[in-house]
Every structure is written in C-alpha cells, then in structure tokens.
Design a protein around this ligand. Structure first.
Ligand code: UDX
Length: 438
C-alpha cells in the first residue's frame, strides 16, 4: 500500500518510518527544505532512540522517501496522513488548526483518485468533519473519506509504542475507510494488538481524554506528595501501595516537578477550552493545569529553602533540563520555570544534560553548560536533579559531594534517598514527597 505522510515532525516522522517498516511504501512530505535535505542525507532532525537505524533500513529497501513535492507524494496513495503541528494558539488556548486545514486543502487539490485523508495530529472534537468540508469545497468531484487516527507515542519510546501499542484508535464514517485503515494496521492486528474502531468524534475524544487522565494521575500524586511532606509520609511508598490496586495501576504515579512535554500541557489546555466552548466545563482538567503550575513553583520554594532563603551568591548545579529522559525536547519542561527563577534570583547556574544543550542554549540564557555532571557539580552549593536520565542514576555521589562547596541535594525525581545521600556525605537531602534531612 502507498501512504503519504504530511509533516515530518515527531509524530509524522516516527509514524512514516514505522509504516514503511510494516512494508508499506511511504513518502514523507514537508515544506521545510532544510528538513527534507537532512532526511535525504539520512540525518534524523529529532532525537529518538533507534529511529535513525530504522529509517536507514527502510530507505535502503526503497520503501521510504522524502520530498517537498506534495502532489507527487500523494499520487497513487491510498491514504494520506496529516501529521502537522497543532500548537496552542496564543491568547485563547485553542489548538491552532491553520496547518491542518492548509494541508487538507493542498491534498484535496492534488488528489485524483479515491483516498482516505487521515488526521494523526491531535485535533479538537469536530475537526475531522471540518477537514471533510474543506476537502469537499476545494475539490468537489473528489472521491474520498476522512479518518481520525490519534497517536499515543511517548518520546524516547516512540518506536516501541508504535510497534507494540496498547491499542490503535481509528475513527471512521464508513466501512470503505475502515477497510483501508485496517489494511494499513494489518501487521499489528495480526499480532493481536487491538484496533478500536469508532466514529470520528469518539476517536478525537479518546486522545484528549487519555492524555488529560494521565496528566491528572501525575498531578494527583504530585499533590499527594506535597501533603506527604507535611504529614511525614513517603510518596514512593504511598504510590506503590496505591498502584498495587489493579483498578489504579502503578504507572504514572511518580511524583516529580510537574509534567511537561509536547502533549500533556497542550492537550489539557485544549480540552479545557473545548469544555468551555460547549458549556460543559472540565473542572478536573482545569484544576490539573493550575496544580501543575503550582507544582513547578513549589519546587522553586523547595530549592530556595535549601539555599537558606535566597539564590543570590549561590552556585546551583542542575542535572537534566529536558522534560523527561531520552529526548532533546524542552517543550514545557519544568526547567523552563525553575532555571530562570534560579538565574533571576542571582544564582550562578551550571547545567548538564545528555541531549538538552542544543535546544536549551536558546531557552535558558545565563547558564553555564557542562558535558560532565562532575564538572557541573564542582563548587556548587546545591545539586538539583531535575530529569531522571540514566546517566544521573548511577552517579558516584561521594565524588559529587566532595567536589561541591556545600553538599546539598534536591532530588526532584526521587532517584536517590536520604540514606544514600547521607552515606555519600551530603549534609542535606530533599526529595519530592518524602522525608529528607537538613
Ligand atoms: C505523552 C503520552 O504518554 C503519550 O501517550 C502521548 O501521545 C504524548 O504525551 P510524552 O509527552 O512523550 O508522552 O511523555 P510521558 O512519558 O507521557 O511523560 C510526560 C510528562 O509527565 C513528563 O514531563 C514526565 O516527566 C511526566 N511524568 C510522567 C511524571 O512526572 N510522572 C509520571 O509518573 C509519569
């Protein structure tokens, strides 16, 4: 089957590469000539473990190619996926659909034969019908269907998530489109990965509901963590005890500095807006958004306490600035709130992140970058563990403590614990939602 993928951002590229690995012929299209040139040279513009090798394999096999030419890409394609960006619109919190609709119109004008136009970008409920209207208006004679196929890829684990999904969600209006979609995903359902087929609106809603629920779960445990600190409980034990209840489950119950990334912040805001628009307020989601902001600010207070009330004159080492490990993505990362507060408060900030420097340099002015965590910690009055990269899980803490001018640790991911820190010579240790010592 021939597939065209419009947009070579994170979702588009991962999906395009994985579809080609299923054996489909995939042409990926982007408007950005630099991106296409890079991809043609075999370079992957994003950091995602395993993606470069899988891309090279399928390019070599002749199943995967890249182009700026949308009409050529969709010629003969049975399905065209729209995987362009839907950023939060400035001012009103809505998902900006400009790129989605522009892509739909271009596809309509270029298409000749029956085609299924599939939205992969996360879009508000009702968008697929709008896509259908835009296509029908742009090319009234065209034989086509629309489908919604939201993605649930986690950055850093995207290939595995694509190849071994908990489920694939497909929203369609008729059997003809359903047949094309099931052919695309045949390699998965033949291996018993479930395909959930719904109407368009339900598929659109599943994506928002799932992401908002996961953001709620994280935010709930973050709020419990704050209370644990007050009452002397340990959130790690609490989440373990909670998570063993199958109805709750143990995933996404890790307390931390607040969720970030390209999906949760954007999708929770968009869902809250959709609720407002339909006079069906999403009170819980609105609270989650607010509590997540509070959580990031609460971390700043924690760090301040560990710096005797003021950052001025202190040297702070921050390990990890990306929103989570195994990505170079800084979008809505807690570091974007926490690091400027340190710099603004007068601290000298030394940063180390295995992949974050490239993006981080533009976003975190006034910090010093280090390749080596031990160099970064040298002379610091406070060590802040902000992203749980594996590289930071097995640090020689004795060496770190010895190099610091005051061995104090704020472990905002609960990688270590008070005993480990004490044994290594730290004079003070604080995690999130657990007993520390000063
Ligand atoms: C998420 C969803 O998991 C994915 O299904 C969706 O399609 C896109 O959004 P992603 O943003 O890549 O994926 O990362 P994820 O691993 O879900 O983490 C999101 C954020 O939550 C990170 O900032 C992470 O640090 C935080 N988090 C996650 C916690 O603080 N605690 C947890 O227990 C889990």
């Amino acid at each position: 089957m021939k597939i065209a993928m419009i947009g070579t951002g994170y979702v588009g590229l991962v999906s395009g590469v994985c579809f080609s690995d299923f054996g489909h012929t995939v042409v990926c299209v982007d408007k950005d000539p630099r991106k296409i040139e890079m991809l043609e040279r075999g370079e992957v513009p994003i950091y995602e473990p395993g993606l470069d090798a899988l891309m090279a394999k399928n390019v070599d096999a002749g199943r995967l190619s890249f182009t700026l030419d949308l009409p050529a890409a969709i010629e003969g394609a049975e399905a065209v996926f729209i995987a362009v960006g839907t950023p939060t619109r400035r001012g009103d919190g809505h998902a900006d659909l400009t790129y989605v609709m522009a892509a739909a119109e271009e596809i309509a004008k270029a298409a000749k034969d029956y085609v299924v136009i599939v939205t992969k970008s996360t879009v508000p409920v009702g968008t697929n019908r709008k896509v259908r209207d835009v296509v029908a208006a742009a090319n009234p004679g065209l034989d086509f269907d629309v489908a919604s196929n939201p993605e649930f890829l986690r950055e850093g684990a995207a290939i595995d998530d694509f190849m071994k999904p908990d489920r694939v969600v497909v929203g369609v209006e008729n059997d003809r489109a359903a047949k094309v979609m099931s052919e695309i995903y045949r390699p998965l359902y033949l291996r018993d990965f479930p395909i959930v087929t719904t109407d368009l609106e339900s598929a659109e809603m599943i994506k928002y509901a799932a992401n908002a629920f996961l953001a709620t779960k994280i935010t709930f445990i973050n709020e419990i963590a704050a209370l644990c600190e007050k009452v002397g409980a340990d959130v790690k034990q609490v989440s373990k005890g909670m998570g063993m209840d199958n109805r709750i489950g143990n995933k996404f119950l890790h307390a931390g500095p607040g969720y970030g990334g390209s999906c949760f912040p954007k999708d929770t805001k968009a869902l809250a807006r959709i609720g407002q628009e339909h006079a069906s307020p999403m009170h819980i989601t609105e609270a989650v958004i607010a509590v997540n902001e509070d959580t990031k600010r609460r971390m700043i207070g924690k760090l301040q306490d560990l710096c005797d009330g003021k950052f001025n004159g202190k040297t702070v080492c921050v390990l990890g600035v990306t929103f989570k490990p195994n990505t170079d993505d800084m979008r809505d990362a807690p570091s974007l709130t926490i690091v400027p507060a340190l710099v603004g408060g007068g601290a000298k900030v030394k940063v180390c992140d295995p992949q974050g420097q490239h993006e981080g340099e533009g976003l975190l002015p006034g910090v010093q970058w280090h390749d080596d965590p031990y160099d970064a910690a040298k002379g610091a009055d406070l060590l802040v563990l902000l992203t749980e990269w594996n590289e930071f899980r097995a640090l020689d803490l004795n060496r770190i403590a010895q190099g610091m001018s005051r061995a104090v640790m704020a472990d905002l991911r609960n990688i270590y614990n008070a005993n480990v820190a004490r044994d290594a010579g730290f004079v003070a240790y604080e995690g999130v939602g657990r007993i520390g010592y000063v």
